[in-house]
Design a protein around this ligand. Structure first.
Ligand code: AIR
Ligand code: ASP
Length: 293
């Protein structure tokens, strides 16, 4: 059985390296990482609900910073969940590195600190690409299919990334007519989505987790005159539905959306099973007292 008990507040200080963090405590910056410009002096390119993008150390690179903010229902529901950013940074790093390793192109270069990763600057295609293997969430609601029903085949859906419109579902017709992506790009995106789904389904199955569905984003990466579509943003329990294979326990953001509690414990369980955070590191993070600075 999984330990998904009462939510535990994780001390940020225990999870952080301190490197290029907002220097609230007046601690000296980590001089072991002199190449990084302190975060408060970096140029902020974009701030989203769960992440911030900063100018990177070289042209064509950005730094992606993972916040602890959890939002749902277009940010109508918002909470700060201590430690979430650290876990998502690690989990996303692991998944993107694996995708890079098998030749699925992504924006990911390397992790920098507990909350930051170096990425390639891409032109984000304004679509949320959702791949579903098992009925859940909005598919179940929209079509009246019971959650947990295995789908006859994987289904790819597109949503237009627009908070003001609540990310409405769109078809390929809309995408090409309004110029969000060209027909060839849609083909490339779908081919990527299938590869990502096949790979991640297997990877998660290996650690006793069913990949029910996930959302990915794509970007155009320019190399001289050549452009290719790569996987961008993040892949983490914030953007996937992950169910324990035996118990069907939810190990993802639905714990927050549905007020189930135990969100951070679920994310830690995913990190532990993937082996991305040392057993002791996860335990210390969970058991540690809240340090007040
Ligand atoms: N998703 C969609 N928008 C934001 C996110 N994170 C993800 C959900 C779920 C999948 O896309 O986390 O894994 C499908 O979501 P829904 O709500 O359409 O069922
Ligand atoms: N994170 C998005 C929001 O704030 C969608 C979601 O995950 O439910 O609405």
């Amino acid at each position: 059985m999984l330990a998904l008990a009462a939510p535990i507040t994780i001390s940020d200080s225990r999870l952080e390296t301190g490197a290029s963090e907002p220097n609230k405590t007046g601690r000296p910056m980590d001089f072991l990482k002199p190449r990084l410009i302190p975060m408060n002096r970096r140029r902020r390119i974009y701030e989203g609900k769960a992440k911030v993008l900063y100018e990177g150390p070289e042209p064509g690179t950005l730094i992606q910073y993972f916040k602890d903010d959890a939002t749902a229902f277009n940010a109508k529901k918002h909470e700060v969940v201590d430690g979430k950013g650290v876990l998502n940074n690690r989990i996303s790093e692991y998944l993107f590195q694996n995708l890079n390793d098998i030749g699925v192109p992504t924006h990911f270069i390397r992790r920098l600190t507990m909350r930051e990763q170096l990425i390639r600057e891409v032109e984000i295609i304004p679509l949320e690409v959702v791949v579903r293997n098992v009925a859940a969430g909005s598919l179940s609601t929209r079509l009246g299919i019971e959650e947990g029903t295995q789908l006859p085949r994987s289904i790819i859906e597109f949503y237009y990334k627009n908070d003001a419109l609540n990310d409405p579902m769109v078809s390929e017709e809309h995408i090409t007519a309004f110029g969000w992506a060209a027909p060839q790009e849609i083909d490339d995106i779908m081919a990527l989505a299938i590869r990502v789904n096949d790979f991640l389904s297997g990877l998660f199955l290996g650690v006793g987790i069913r990949l029910v569905d996930f959302k990915m984003e794509c970007g155009r990466l320019w190399e001289g005159d050549n452009m290719r579509i790569v996987v961008a943003d993040e892949i983490s329990p914030d953007s996937c539905r992950l169910w324990d294979i035996k118990s069907n326990d939810k190990l993802d953001k639905d714990r927050f959306r549905r007020d189930m509690g135990g969100m951070i414990e679920a994310y830690m369980e995913v990190a532990r099973r993937l082996g991305v955070m040392q057993e002791g590191e996860v335990r210390r993070a969970a058991a540690g007292p809240k340090l007040v600075s």
